[in-house]
Design a protein around this ligand. Structure first.
Ligand code: NAP
Length: 232
């Protein structure tokens, strides 16, 4: 594939490494090359098969809009835009492109979502729950997209809003260079259940994103990685 990578920061640089290892053609645009979406015109994208975005919350929506208008498939790792998700889904449908996003592209975290989904049954049995997330001090959004995704899968699996405790509170910590730690704690009068995922490096995010781009080839529609990762 010919991939255009937006963002060459902490995660984007690993995406570049993985894309090259998997023998893809690669162009990279950082904030300078992509001011006002300059790298995302139809002309610039003519030989590009897919755009991968690991940029920042302030520019990701404009990037998504430009790619949809140019008819390009897109994989979005950047978080902090989910309040606009319904509008983006409609935009992707209108332009008939392929779009895949994830709050977290690591296989382990996506497995963790399934574990959290199962554990949500506790909320029907007098448990209360909390979510804790820890990330490095440079992270721009809080709570993390992954914590919001965990909160959502638990809410959806606990009986669809019928329990007063099913909207788990998220507490965010920003410490040092922590890559990403997510914890779900479920508590009853009798016991406590701790579920924890601790990312050791960003490499898992990069591998998931590149494999997602490969999966999206030839597809149209709006996809959430947590629904498709088992097909990779
Ligand atoms: N879904 C996942 O699995 C996952 C995993 C890790 C991180 N993330 C998310 O991915 C995003 C990036 O994280 P990070 O830790 O890699 O951040 P980072 O180290 O700050 O890197 C962000 C990069 O985006 C570039 N950038 C900013 N505006 C841009 C624009 N308009 N066009 C192109 N590039 C632009 C910056 O380029 P310059 O240096 O040129 O300014 C910088 O290199 C965050 O939202 C984070 O939450 C998601």
């Amino acid at each position: 594939m010919n991939i255009l990578l937006l963002g060459h920061g902490k995660t984007g640089s690993l995406v570049a490494e993985v894309a090259r290892e998997r023998h893809h053609g690669l162009q990279i645009a950082g904030s300078k090359e992509n001011t006002a979406c300059a790298a995302l015109t139809s002309e610039k994208l003519k030989d590009v098969d897919a755009v991968i975005d690991f940029t920042a919350p302030h520019c990701v929506v404009a990037n998504i809009e430009a790619c949809a208008k140019a008819g390009k498939n897109m994989i979005v790792g950047t978080t902090g835009w989910y309040s606009e998700i319904d509008r983006i889904r409609a935009l992707v449908d209108r332009h008939q492109t392929g779009f895949l996003y994830a709050a977290n592209f690591s296989i382990g975290v996506n497995l963790f979502f399934d574990i959290a989904r199962t554990a949500a049954a506790a909320l029907q049995h007098d448990y209360t729950g909390q979510i804790f997330e820890r990330h490095h001090v440079h992270k721009k959004d809080a709570p993390s997209g992954t914590a919001i995704a965990i909160q959502q899968v638990i809410r959806e699996s606990s009986g669809h809003g019928s329990h007063k405790n099913d909207n788990l509170e998220i507490t965010s910590f920003r410490e040092g260079e922590v890559v990403g730690q997510h914890e779900v704690v479920l508590e009853s009068a009798a016991d406590t259940i701790y579920l924890c995922h601790d990312a050791k490096s960003r490499r898992g995010f990069a591998e998931g994103a590149v494999r997602a781009a490969e999966w999206l080839v030839g597809k149209k529609g709006f996809y959430d990685f947590k629904d498709v990762w088992r097909e990779l």
